[in-house]
Design a protein around this ligand. Structure first.
Ligand SMILES: Nc1ncnc2c1ncn2[C@@H]1O[C@H](COP(=O)(O)OP(=O)(O)OP(=O)(O)O)[C@@H](O)[C@H]1O
Ligand SMILES: [Mg+2]
Length: 322
């Protein structure tokens, strides 16, 4: 049985630098905790950034840091950052509003402020912001390992599904715009008018298509991305873990490990009357089929970890199964 730090070394073996780890799971199962543990181990090997996309900001609470607007070094080789969606959303929505006003002159009747507001609250807009953060993280050349602590599963799935969806839409929009441009070209030419060489909308669409293609390829690349699904030995988290494995398989991302966290010692589980249910759910979690993924157990700590140092203790409660 491989235990403690060795268990992490074994799962993280052969992972090249410039790798992004994403922890996913139901609320409260230990995503933030596992992100911290992974970051601690990875920081022994290279420059590591622990990035929290979770708007609940639990990471900062965990580490006893009141507010982080920039990256902070919490120990040698380990930086953390908590993303704040609001200021980013404001910036991106005004960028889009300005672009829309240029492309759709009919929108002139709306004030820029109204347009910014409409975009800011449009469905899917927040996911788009997360996507931009993700894109920036993948582009970081100064960091060896990035661990992303995510918001609840549903939002995470939507974010990771977007590049594929956007590519599909952009392909159609690109075709449509190309037809318009070529028609415009023919008409202008036949009327002897000057023809614009480059269509700004087409360039923009081309640029977006390229960006999402790169992002999607990075997500699917096993050398660049590993998903860690976190669960506890309870029915709903295990169900969600199973669904999550299916989802990531479907988009082609590599689930490297399923982490089964907060496993109670047998005597405690018995006392609480949940021994049978824990066993059953452990088995269920162990039987989740995921292409060559590893399964890690983390036992329940008698005291809730409240700092980086205390979280470290959980490394010694970890085992690799199989
Ligand atoms: N193995 C463990 N033993 C004891 N306590 C644990 C263990 N793992 C996590 N915890 C505690 O359980 C609580 C939830 O963990 P954590 O915040 O990591 O979960 P999460 O999935 O990130 O939650 P959220 O969905 O709210 O972000 C925390 O108080 C954490 O310290
Ligand atoms: Mg969390």
């Amino acid at each position: 049985m491989i235990k403690n730090k060795e268990a992490y070394y074994s799962v993280l073996e052969d992972i090249p630098k410039r790798h992004v780890f994403v922890t996913v799971g139901k609320g409260g199962v230990g995503k933030t905790t596992v992100s911290i543990l992974l970051s601690l181990v990875l920081s022994e090997r290279g420059k590591t950034l622990l990035a929290s996309l979770d708007p609940a900001k639990h990471l900062l609470e965990y580490l006893g840091i009141p507010k982080v607007l920039k990256e902070v070094e919490v120990k040698s080789n380990l930086k953390i950052i908590q993303y704040d969606i609001d200021p980013l959303a404001k910036r991106v929505s005004s960028e889009y509003a300005t672009l829309l006003k240029q492309v759709v002159p009919g929108l002139m009747i709306l004030s820029l402020e109204d347009l910014v507001n409409a975009i800011r609250h449009a469905p899917g807009f927040e996911e788009e912001i997360f996507l931009r953060i993700l894109e920036n993280l993948y582009n970081r050349k100064d960091i060896d390992y990035i661990v992303i602590d995510t918001p609840p599963t549903g939002i995470t799935h939507r974010i990771f599904n977007l590049p594929r969806l956007y590519m599909f839409w952009l392909e159609k929009l690109f075709e449509l715009r190309s037809k318009i441009v070529s028609l415009r070209y023919s008409i202008a030419k036949s009327m002897g008018e000057k023809v614009e060489e480059r269509d700004p909308v087409l360039s923009r669409l081309e640029n977006l298509r390229e960006r999402y293609r790169t992002l999607y390829n990075n997500i699917k690349d096993t050398r660049r991305t590993s998903i860690f699904i976190v669960t506890t030995p309870e029915p709903l988290p295990v169900y969600e873990a199973e669904e999550s494995v299916k989802f990531f398989n479907q988009i082609g991302a590599h689930v490297r490990a399923i982490v089964i966290n907060k496993i109670l010692p047998e005597d405690v589980a018995k006392k609480l009357g949940i021994s049978e249910s824990q066993k059953e759910n452990l088995e269920k979690a162990l039987s989740i089929s995921c292409n060559k993924c590893r399964k890690l157990f983390i036992r329940h700590h008698s005291k809730t970890p409240r700092s980086l140092e205390e979280a470290k203790e959980l490394i010694n409660l970890t085992e690799l199964t199989g």
